[in-house]
Design a protein around this ligand. Structure first.
Ligand SMILES: Nc1ncnc2c1ncn2[C@@H]1O[C@H](COP(=O)(O)OP(=O)(O)OP(=O)(O)O)[C@@H](O)[C@H]1O
Length: 416
């Protein structure tokens, strides 16, 4: 068990704030007199021994982690590892045997019925594996359902539901009924229903596992895009390591009721906590084969140093990003111009865009191996710049691209 890893990660996550969710020393034991069992120290007693001696099932053992606002937190584990029990405890659909769950600085394990109802209506929202749609409600009414429960007026809830349906790409499908939609579309409705309520924490329980592989990939890509837009805190449960690595900003890997590792996808790759993860990583990993030059992309916006701050601000503004790479006329990389930086220059009234560049950027060469990109990526909030030996800008690599390249099908990598 990689306890050191868990502790390190917890120490590193020093950000504190009332909005984050924290699970502290959570235990769940199913069976009679479960609480009594915890009077003795069960930390090192195997699950099987507990079952044999007491007839009780240990589902969660001393779980602790913290989720920061806006994080995409994936709980990954094989069947029976305790994922569902954990999220049911977080929603208090079942009672933890011991421990606390802190949301907004409050231990929700102490909430009465009224506070729990409020939390489930306003703070959290759940997307289910089997969609959970009402078959006799059309798409719009399904998407508006969470708001109806809150008692919101029809006009207001429809407006919010329409907006959420647009976010998930279902504009124009409002009057259809769930039965006439494909699985992928039904799950979009499920997602829209959750987004419409604007929850702080979106909990998704294996939402794509009922979908066929192609649709599933498409939904994963779209969820990443949606998350980049709405920036919700997402707790996503899956038994698929590929999906976990693709989606998560942090992943908690569960086995036998324990969290055996918490880390970023990069950490899971470089320091897999158990044989299952290690095998997957070795099997799938093109880290020692793929190079930066193979996975780099053209930058979203490229500016030249002679462009004025106003033109630069405009170009950044109309792009999907809030930054742009800036090069000389010989294409040497100078740095990154940000929207705020250009704004400040304009307010000052003069100056070339060189004056307001972020220049402290990690760069790599086109032949840098994927495995050597891992330590570079977290050094900057911007994509990694690929340059040749003369400093000429060749392309950019987003953090997510690094991970996606790691988990592409092996065959695809070999054929690259
Ligand atoms: N109501 C219950 N009574 C007794 N044991 C239970 C109950 N619910 C779950 N368990 C046990 O708790 C353990 C964790 O189950 P859980 O359903 O949380 O796992 P999971 O990782 O979500 O699995 P799956 O992916 O198959 O849903 C298992 O050993 C399971 O048999």
């Amino acid at each position: 068990m990689n306890m050191g890893k868990i502790l390190n990660t917890q120490k590193e996550q020093t950000l504190s704030g009332p909005e984050c969710l924290e699970v502290k020393n959570l235990w769940k034991i199913f069976g009679p007199k479960a609480k009594n069992l915890l009077k003795s120290d069960l930390r090192n007693v195997p699950k099987e021994e507990i079952l044999e001696k007491t007839g009780c099932v240990l589902a969660l053992r001393d779980i602790s982690f913290r989720i920061e606002p806006g994080e995409f937190f994936v709980i990954m584990g094989l069947s029976g590892s305790g994922k569902s029990t954990l999220i049911r405890c977080i929603l208090r659909l079942i009672e933890p045997t011991a421990g606390s769950i802190i949301i907004h600085g409050d231990d929700i394990c102490k909430y009465d019925k009224e506070k729990l109802t409020h939390m489930r209506r306003y703070t959290t929202s759940m997307v289910f594996q089997h969609f959970g749609l009402l078959p006799h409600y059309n798409v719009l009414d399904n998407a508006a359902y969470g708001l109806k429960v809150r008692g919101m007026s029809k006009e207001e809830r429809y407006a919010k539901a329409e907006q959420a349906l647009e976010t998930v790409g279902l504009k124009g499908w409002e009057s259809y009924y769930p039965g006439s939609l494909s699985g992928g579309m039904q799950q979009r409705v499920g997602l829209a229903r959750s987004l419409a309520t604007d929850p702080e924490i979106l909990i998704m329980d294996e939402p794509f596992s009922g979908l066929d592989p192609l649709i599933r990939r498409q939904m994963q890509d779209e969820l990443v895009e949606i998350q980049e837009k709405v920036k919700k805190t997402i707790i996503f449960v899956t038994h698929d390591l590929y999906e976990a690595l693709k989606l998560g900003s942090h992943i908690a890997i569960m086995r036998n009721g324990e969290v055996i590792q918490i880390g970023t996808p990069e950490e899971v790759f470089t320091e897999p906590a158990d044989d299952y993860v290690r095998d997957f990583v070795q099997e799938a990993s093109p880290a020692k084969v793929l190079t930066a030059g193979k996975i780099m992309k053209e930058p979203g916006v490229l500016l030249y140093e002679w462009q004025g701050p106003k033109a630069a601000r405009h170009m950044i503004n109309v792009s999907e990003h809030d930054y742009a790479f800036v090069v000389t006329k010989h294409h040497e990389l100078l740095g990154i111009a940000t929207f705020d930086g250009m704004n400040a220059l304009i307010r000052k009234g003069s100056g070339s865009i060189r004056e307001a560049l972020v220049t402290d950027l990690p760069t790599c060469g086109p032949n840098t191996l994927l495995e050597d990109l891992f330590p570079l990526a977290p050094l900057s909030p911007y994509p990694l710049a690929v340059t040749d030996e003369k400093g000429k800008f060749l392309g950019q690599i987003r953090n997510r691209t690094i991970i996606e390249s790691m988990i592409r099908d092996r065959e695809e990598v070999v054929n690259d």
